[in-house]
Design a protein around this ligand. Structure first.
Ligand code: C5P
Ligand code: C5P
Ligand code: ZN
Length: 466
């Protein structure tokens, strides 16, 4: 066991002892896949321990939300997948808090499980659900919940940095493999292997982008024809998991040939194959069987004000809640397609160091970050970070997405969002590769110019230092 894991477990033990003293517990979590899996873990652990609890899901923690929580006078509030950036504001309201998170901490607080505090990196070595899994272990015999910790990490894309999970995430994964509830294997990394017709995998490929295939349904079908792959059976589209191994090999080598011919650099082609995570206790052909598809199913609930549905699925409901979640998923996919079409029509504006688009109120602010990530399949120049703006209740929501290549060249979106949003009177933060902010309504123009300059500076600094 790593030192960081040991130290985190010790801290989790302290937090669990505190929780055990309390009667009324309130769980506050984030409305994305990592937030829902975190809540799924802690709520299951609390239920098993016969604790009384209530839940609350928020887009982000701000002073208004903290005031409302403080007014409710809970014995203890467990913050999962958020809270670390708000230690002082939580303390100043007299909230008895346990924080289980992985965002960059600001200030300090007594009961606080966060990898950054114990020498591990919270953007790729442990997620919010991973921290919360350690808390769950300290509360009782909950080691059957590790698959949720892996789904949360994959939902936050923590496996993308190295092409596989590392650090404490890996330790959790390996314990789950030993217990025969998790499996990792090398496979095609494209999305939808459990549930989508094979050609859709190429049509929606964004990393790497497949020129001529991405976004072009007919070409994808033709590509499979040219490889002699039978792609329907009994009038049903075949899925990736339905294919025989030689068929999979044929497609993978066909794809690699295709990429080489299209001049895609080999380090990008390598990303077609990577580690994928299988939840062995889930039924094959369902979203929950694959960590990546499970996380998308969850995003389709909480980001549309139905966090209770996602939470229920995380806690094992495979009937009504799952059925509803699948409906929401179909709508979510449609919204993503519509969102992408909207961006394609309206176009993306290029500045010197960033490119951006503004969706106004056409796309929900809770999914504009996902659209920003996916819009890399549309833009001509993938060497500029993509910034998206959407109308929000209180101002303008900003979402930024970079690439590994841009990080290597010096870009850090978390730093840029945090500094530049503060300059125009907003708040922001996140991770180097994916960050967000909320800024006052009339400051978009100023923010955009300043962000362009700030990122230009990050690139110049790095270029000079190497
Ligand atoms: O708030 P939180 O940390 O949970 O969100 C992380 C966000 O960063 C997710 O929306 C995830 O999709 C995004 N991300 C990304 N690419 C990466 C890593 C993270 O878009 N390589
Ligand atoms: O909302 P979006 O998916 O673009 O968020 C990307 C990352 O930025 C997430 O980790 C989120 O928690 C973080 N973020 C933040 N402050 C904000 C908005 C987003 O730290 N105001
Ligand atoms: Zn998270």
């Amino acid at each position: 066991m790593s030192l960081a894991m040991k130290a985190l477990q010790k801290e989790a033990g302290k937090c669990a002892d505190e929780i055990k003293k309390q009667k009324s517990i309130h769980v506050v979590s984030h409305i994305d896949a990592d937030g829902l899996t975190s809540a799924g873990i802690i709520c299951t652990a609390l239920e098993r321990g016969k604790f009384e609890y209530t839940t609350r899901f928020v887009k982000q923690l701000d002073e208004k939300v903290l005031d409302a929580i403080a007014d409710e006078n809970h014995d203890t509030v467990i913050f999962t997948d958020l809270g670390s950036g708000m230690c002082e504001l939580i303390k100043s309201r007299g909230i008895n808090a346990v924080i289980s998170d992985h965002h960059q901490p600001q200030g300090n607080i007594q009961f606080h499980i966060n990898p950054h505090l114990f020498g591990a990196n919270g953007s790729y070595e442990l997620s919010g659900s991973g921290s919360t899994y350690l808390l769950g272990l300290a509360l009782g015999k909950n080691n059957d919940l590790s698959p949720l910790a892996i789904v949360g990490a994959v939902g936050d894309m923590q496996h993308l940095k190295m092409g596989h999970l590392i650090g404490i995430n890996r330790e959790i994964l390996e314990a789950g493999v030993k217990k025969k509830i998790l499996q990792f294997k090398k496979d095609l990394t494209l999305f939808g292997k459990q549930t989508r017709p094979i050609y859709k995998l190429f049509q929606y490929a964004s990393d790497p982008y497949l020129p001529g295939l991405t976004g072009n349904e007919e070409a994808c079908i033709e590509f499979l024809h040219s490889l002699n792959i039978r792609f329907s059976k009994d009038e049903r589209w075949r899925l990736w998991i339905d294919l025989e191994i030689p068929e999979k090999q044929k497609i993978v080598s066909g794809l690699i040939q295709y990429c080489l011919k299209s001049g895609i650099p080999s380090y990008k082609i390598e990303r077609l194959i990577g580690e994928v995570y299988v939840l062995l206790k889930e039924r094959e052909g369902t979203e929950m069987r694959d960590a990546s598809e499970f996380s998308t199913l969850l995003n389709a609930t909480a980001r549309y004000d139905h966090a209770e549905i996602g939470l229920s699925v995380c806690m094992g409901n495979r009937e009504k809640a799952y059925e509803f979640a699948r409906k929401l998923l179909a709508e979510h996919r449609q919204n993503l397609v519509n969102g992408l079409m909207y961006v394609k029509e309206k176009g993306v504006i290029q500045l010197e160091n960033i490119q951006y688009f503004d969706v106004g109120s056409e796309i929900k602010e809770t999914i504009v970050g996902i659209i920003a990530g996916m819009s890399s399949i549309l833009v001509e120049n993938r060497n500029l970070p993509i910034i998206a703006f959407a109308k929000a209740d209180e101002g303008v929501k900003v979402s930024g997405r970079a690439t590994q290549d841009l990080l290597r060249r010096g870009v850090n979106l978390a730093e840029a969002m945090s500094v530049v949003s503060a300059e125009v009177g907003g708040v922001g933060g996140g991770h180097d590769i994916a960050a967000g902010a909320t800024i006052p309504k009339s400051t978009t123009e100023e923010f955009t110019q300043k962000l362009d300059m700030f990122i230009g500076e990050q690139l110049r600094k790095k270029a000079h230092s190497t």
